[in-house]
Design a protein around this ligand. Structure first.
Ligand SMILES: [Zn+2]
Length: 131
């Protein structure tokens, strides 16, 4: 990590939690803060909600282990806009959710340009109206 100079001052203002994720053979998620970072309290519930959405049933946090109640197979319409090419992606199909649950994460790259995608957001209400 950067520890000196203007870059370090900027990094000190970051309100994010920088985390490494490890997946066990039994599909449990282990979360470790990157050196110099920590899991901020305001991010714990967001992280647990994300883990539930992508199918983890247990998450190991730095100071606690959380058993997660499984969600139904289809939880909503997942959406994202590619910041590089501007393409809009959304999916709520059974195949999409089965793949997300199998992988343990949303698609990481844009099918159009190949660049990395931001995390998808899920609109659960829209799925209830269309299914
Ligand atoms: Zn793209």
């Amino acid at each position: 990590m950067i520890s000196r100079g203007p870059a370090a001052m900027q990094l000190g203002r970051v309100r994010a939690s920088l985390l490494d994720f490890y997946i066990t053979e039994s599909d449990e998620l282990i979360v470790e803060p990157v050196s110099g970072s920590s899991l901020r309290e305001e991010h714990v519930e967001i992280l647990i909600a994300w883990a539930r959405t992508v199918g983890y049933e247990r998450i190991w946090l730095p100071d606690q282990v959380v058993d997660i109640e499984a969600e139904p197979a289809i939880v909503g319409v997942a959406k994202v806009n590619c910041r590089t090419c501007g393409a809009h992606w959304e999916d709520s199909s059974t195949d999409f959710w089965l793949k997300v649950r199998d992988n343990g994460f949303f698609p990481a790259s844009c099918p159009a340009c190949g660049d990395s995608l931001p995390e998808m957001t899920v609109d659960a209400e829209q799925a209830r109206l269309t299914h």
